[in-house]
Ligand binder design. Structure first.
Ligand SMILES: NC(=O)C1=CN([C@@H]2O[C@H](COP(=O)(O)OP(=O)(O)OC[C@H]3O[C@@H](n4cnc5c(N)ncnc54)[C@H](O)[C@@H]3O)[C@@H](O)[C@H]2O)C=CC1
Ligand SMILES: CC(C)CC(=O)C(=O)O
Length: 364
């Protein structure tokens, strides 16, 4: 893999490879863009088949965070970490402490949080070694697990999507297929159940499926059957790239709205959804509730303020559909435009000379 070619393709600032033999840590920190501020993005632990797959995931996810943070109006750049390993078997205290020291070494250019495979307990270990971690235990004055707040944002964004797809934002009586009923999707299912939606769920983890069946009367289907169900809305809440050439022809829904990062395998799959009249709520906007919540910690966490801001995901999604119609572009492109324009404006406003406190000539 030609790493610098990859980095040049989407203008990545920095990739950091971290290894610690004692704990078995193998991590890749990706800092994509820090125009708006320090790069904030979670740490994913996953049993990647190859190192190439891990690098690919880190850079795609890191870039996604740049767009997410920009579109959410946060003064933060984008980055992400992947740790190579099985989160059920390979974790240990030393691993997260070693990782925390690598994060501290970046001196605030990167701030971490949870993602798939990592928990609040892991963030608490990282906090032992660095100041640059969010989503740690509320006992430390922090916001804790971001997943329920992400779910609340997805629920709000799904309602805005329903208004666009069905002319009414009520989810009562709608059938929603949910792929992956983990941390985010469990709470999403709760909101949907409370509003009277019918749920069809799939997960590779049988326990997770059973919990949704027991708690919300969900109907369980096999993982590969989730795409072809007769339903109104598809909520992808597991891994990325699930909107692709194989899955799109199977979809019978009118709306795709879920928490997963990087849902479109390639951009052209967003065009394909549009061509088929399927409304798509861009992933990095609808799932920005978690990062909005943890970012609030940087100002001294205030739950009420954070949740109020997360609630505006409804308006952000509606605005994207407006831009999409105004400019005659698919919703995924409208979301990209919103983020890119903000980054460009801020970059311009910061381009004048500024001397810094160390007497080093700097343009920042
Ligand atoms: N946790 C958060 O606050 C945020 C999460 N996200 C994204 O949302 C998605 C879900 O995140 P979490 O709920 O935190 O992760 P999680 O790990 O708790 O849940 C994911 C679930 O998907 C299942 N899964 C994996 N592959 C599957 C497949 N092929 N078919 C069906 N199920 C499958 C897993 O068994 C697991 O239960 C991820 O893509 C994550 O990056 C995005 C923003 C914030
Ligand atoms: C889980 C969040 C706190 C941050 C993140 O990495 C994301 O939004 O994907």
């Amino acid at each position: 893999m030609a790493i610098f070619d990859k980095m040049e393709q989407h203008d990545y600032e920095q990739l950091v490879f971290c290894q610690d033999k004692t704990s078995g840590l193998k991590a890749i920190i990706c800092i994509h863009d820090t125009t708006l501020g320090p790069a904030l993005g979670g740490t994913r632990m996953w049993n990647y088949a190859t190192e190439e797959e891990a690098i690919e995931d880190a850079i795609r996810l890191g870039r996604g965070m740049t767009y997410k943070n920009a579109a959410a109006g946060l003064n933060l750049g984008g980055g992400k970490t992947v740790i190579i390993g099985d989160p059920l078997k390979d974790k240990n205290e030393e691993m997260f402490r070693a990782f925390g020291r690598f994060v501290q070494g970046l001196n605030g250019r990167y701030i971490t949080a949870e993602d798939v495979g990592t928990t609040v307990a892991d963030m608490d270990l990282i906090r032992e070694e660095t100041d640059f971690v969010t989503g740690v235990s509320p006992a430390f004055g922090s916001s804790g697990n971001p997943s329920p707040v992400t779910a609340y944002g997805v629920y709000k964004g799904m309602k805005a999507g329903a208004l666009e797809a069905f002319g009414d934002d009520s989810l009562e009586g709608k059938t929603v297929t949910v792929q992956g009923v983990g941390n985010v999707a469990y709470t999403l299912c709760k909101h949907l159940h409370e509003e009277g939606a019918k749920l069809i769920v799939s997960d590779i983890n049988e326990e997770a499926v059973q919990r949704a069946v027991n708690d919300f009367g969900a109907v369980a289907v096999a993982p590969n059957d989730i795409y072809s169900q007769e339903a109104d809305i598809f909520a992808p809440c597991a891994m990325g790239a699930i909107i692709n050439d194989e899955t799109i022809p199977q979809l019978k829904v009118k709306l795709v709205a879920g928490s997963a990062n990087n849902q479109l395998k390639e951009e052209r799959h967003g065009d394909e959804l549009e061509a088929r009249g399927i409304v798509y709520t861009p992933d990095f906007v609808i799932n920005s509730g978690g990062v909005i919540n943890v970012a609030d910690e940087l100002y001294g966490y205030n739950e009420e303020r954070a949740l109020k801001r997360v609630g505006t995901i409804y308006d952000s999604i509606s605005k994207i559909f407006e831009i999409s119609k105004r400019d005659g572009i698919p919703s995924y492109k409208a979301a990209d435009r919103l983020a890119e324009e903000r980054i460009e404006r801020v970059a311009k406003s910061r381009s004048s000379f500024l001397r810094n406190e160390h007497n080093i000539i700097s343009r920042r």
